[in-house]
Design a protein around this ligand. Structure first.
Ligand SMILES: [Zn+2]
Length: 87
């Protein structure tokens, strides 16, 4: 298990309470595709814990670790990722 302090907190969305900016303060690797993330709102001080679970590959990398390969995303997820990238 690796714990990683964020050198620069990354934005993780908006707070469900005040709509403020939520940042990832730290994260811990539980598995190659699963992390526990510790979050904090910059607006109201809310803190929470969640999980980041990588479920599918959207594109294959140019350097492949066979143990890290995931099933390719279904077409609908792939199309949504293209829309998100364009926004
Ligand atoms: Zn908040």
């Amino acid at each position: 298990m690796q714990e990683r302090k964020q050198s620069k907190p990354s934005r993780s969305g908006n707070c469900a309470h005040c709509g403020g900016r939520v940042q990832t303060r730290t994260s811990r690797e539980l598995h190659i595709h699963l992390r526990t993330v510790y979050l904090q709102c910059q607006g109201c001080g809310w803190k929470g814990v969640g999980e980041l679970h990588i479920k599918h590959d959207l594109a294959r990398p140019c350097v492949v670790n066979k143990e890290a390969l995931l099933p390719l995303a279904p077409a609908a997820i792939f199309r949504e990722s293209l829309k998100s990238a364009e926004a």
